[in-house]
Write a protein that binds this ligand. Structure first.
Ligand code: MD3
Ligand code: FE
Length: 202
């Protein structure tokens, strides 16, 4: 049963839980070719989250700023193509949230170890007329759902293995983040949480 978080934002609890093993093996294939790395922020910080991705373009951050790149700066090679299974799952999730015909060209992988977090931010570097599909795997975490300004009150929502959240329309530029991931174990992932986000960048 979908839960409406806000205008255009929908939680689909457990929608891909039965496919978690397949999703994790797709992640393994990708990170073997494009290793997870801790990106640097323009302000000089080091992100605690490990990142990689697949598809035509993937988000990167370094001293020069945030942008989408067609090649992995670490290897100089194009990012691994987006597996058809991931493309299909992302499209299905978007459709079930009311967004028909979503064809993402970017799949970002975020890996959280115990204590890792993502501070409040907006996603401004990709197409804003397309939704973002987010899939949580492994250890549960608390998603921080703010408002249209940084100082707006924040709602806390637990996201578990196999949960899907889709954000679009008026909720697309909402401030959001992930609270420090608890030291916990999940049978498929050990003490790790993965998040996959699918986006349209061009
Ligand atoms: C709400 N990732 O990669 S996904 C990110 O769990 C990011 O790794 C978090 O925020 C994670 O940028 C949260 C959920 C998410 C993604 C994009 C959004 C929520 C969003 C864009 C607008 C509003
Ligand atoms: Fe984000």
């Amino acid at each position: 049963t979908p839960e409406i978080l806000g205008p255009g934002a929908v939680v689909l609890p457990g929608l891909v839980r039965a496919r978690a093993v397949d999703l994790l093996s797709a992640i393994d294939d990708i990170v073997r070719r494009a290793p997870l790395r801790h990106m640097t922020t323009p302000g000089g910080g080091r992100m605690s989250v490990g990142m990689s991705g697949c598809g035509a373009r993937v988000w990167v951050s370094d001293a020069a700023g945030y942008r989408y790149e067609t090649h992995d700066p670490r290897t100089g090679r194009p990012w691994p193509p987006m597996p058809g299974m991931l493309q299909d799952i992302a499209e299905e999730c978007a459709r079930k949230a009311g967004y028909d015909g979503f064809t993402p060209d970017s799949g970002l992988i975020n890996r959280y170890g115990p204590g890792d977090r993502m501070g409040l931010h907006q996603d401004r570097d990709e197409r804003r007329d397309a939704p973002i599909v987010s899939i949580s795997l492994g250890v549960s975490a608390v998603f921080l759902w703010g408002g249209m300004t940084r100082s707006a009150p924040v709602r806390r929502i637990v996201v578990r293995n196999g949960d899907v959240v889709v954000w679009g329309g008026p909720s697309r530029l909402v401030w959001h983040g992930i609270a420090p991931v608890p030291h916990a174990q999940h049978p498929l992932c050990g003490d790790v949480r993965y998040n996959l986000t699918f986006r349209l960048t061009a």
